[in-house]
Design a binder for this molecule. Structure first.
Ligand code: SAH
Length: 358
């Protein structure tokens, strides 16, 4: 390596991780994931065909509009309380917030817009999409007065997961170390972690991995607590599962392709599937009413996405094919329809939201 290369390597996230691990030993996978994603989102726009991945609001305006309608319908039936706050976690380019805002306005709902975002690059794009929005580093600064209408699409999947593995010596946390060639590798930690697992799961075969997301549980804890005390509703939309299961779901994506977890720290999107059963349990424990977790396909269909697509196509016949393709992409089971789930929560004294009751 030339002196120039050495200097450059020092400043990469990989270089920082290597020095950290060299001086204090392996770091937890959760730490690795949190730092990776903070660096990844800080200075790029990863969305769209030219980026690394595409999300539902970027596929079609119908997604954000139907979410806006869902919120407006609930707010009207709950008694039109003012002031009311729209809160979005990790709003990306701000597309969902903009589309939802337009739809809510048609029904007389003009909430204050609060965007929780850590990336300065994305904040600029969000402000252009939603002029006048207020930004927050985390939920704690969102006002405590008045109901919150909260939306989080593909947010929880970006929060760090902790993985525990059953070894012949008992449960250990999965850590990231550096091997003889300077490559990042997984290794079980030294500290016994048996007490971190519920009794019922402790007797698993060696090699079993249990993944949890304490950061996601903390978000649900706070959101559900606010619904119970302030009123309002929340939608968490993400890929994930509703049956408890074991195994790692952590993946790295760049340029619409799966990559290795450890090749280029800070340059890939790391995400994990959301454990919706656990999210429901946390929400219930804080006194929010859980409407349920349904597939994105079922939910959008019950909200009338087919009619909405037809209406837009009648209005702009030249876009008919593109609109129908976008609708299919959002709802078809072999596309996003089944893998993505929608978790609905409301305040205890708020009515049921559309699309959940069977
Ligand atoms: N909801 C958007 C973007 C999803 S990508 C969409 O559907 O298109 C994840 C988003 O969460 C990005 O905006 C990212 O910058 C943000 N984010 C990731 N970790 C975060 C954290 N810890 N706090 C706040 N925002 C975070």
């Amino acid at each position: 390596m030339s002196r120039f290369d050495v200097e450059r390597e020092r400043r990469t996230l990989g270089g920082i991780f290597r020095r950290l691990i060299g001086s204090t030993g392996p770091i937890s996978l959760a730490h690795y994931m949190a730092e990776n994603n903070a660096r990844y989102y800080a200075d790029r726009d990863p969305f769209g065909a030219a980026g690394d991945f595409i999300t539902a609001p970027e596929i079609s305006q119908m997604f954000g509009e139907l979410i806006g309608l869902w919120l407006a319908d609930l707010w009207i039936r709950a008694g039109r309380t003012e002031p009311v706050h729209y809160v979005e976690l990790g709003p990306g380019r701000g597309t969902l917030a903009r589309d939802a805002q337009r739809a809510m306005k048609r029904y007389g709902l003009e909430p204050r817009m609060h965007l929780v975002e850590t990336s300065m690059r994305l904040r600029d794009m969000q402000l252009a999409a939603v002029p006048g929005a207020q930004f927050h580093d985390d939920l704690s600064r969102v006002p405590m007065e008045g109901p919150v209408l909260l939306v989080a699409n593909e947010f929880l999947d970006a929060l760090p997961v902790r993985q525990l593995v059953q070894t012949v010596d008992g449960w250990r946390e999965i850590m990231v170390a550096v091997d003889g060639e300077g490559k990042f590798v997984e290794t079980p930690g030294r500290q016994p972690m048996d007490s971190a697992l519920p009794e019922a799961r402790r007797n698993a075969a060696p090699g079993t991995v249990v993944e949890t997301s304490p950061a996601s549980a903390a978000i649900l804890f706070e959101v559900a607590g606010r619904l119970a005390s302030q009123g309002g509703a929340a939608l968490f939309i993400d890929y994930g599962y509703t049956d408890g299961r074991s195994g790692s779901t952590l993946q790295a994506v760049r340029g619409h392709e799966k990559r290795s977890l450890f090749d280029t720290p800070g340059e890939v999107d790391l995400s994990a599937h959301v454990d919706f059963a656990q999210m429901e349990q946390v929400a219930r424990s804080r006194g929010a009413r859980v409407l349920g977790t349904v597939t994105q396909g079922e939910w959008l269909t019950r909200l009338g996405i087919a009619d909405r697509a037809e209406a837009l196509a009648d209005f702009a016949p030249q876009h008919r094919d593109a609109l129908m393709r976008a609708r299919d992409r959002l709802v078809e089971p072999d596309q996003m329809g089944d893998l993505f789930k929608v978790l609905g929560l409301v305040a205890p004294d708020w009515p049921d939201g559309a699309g959940f009751a069977v």
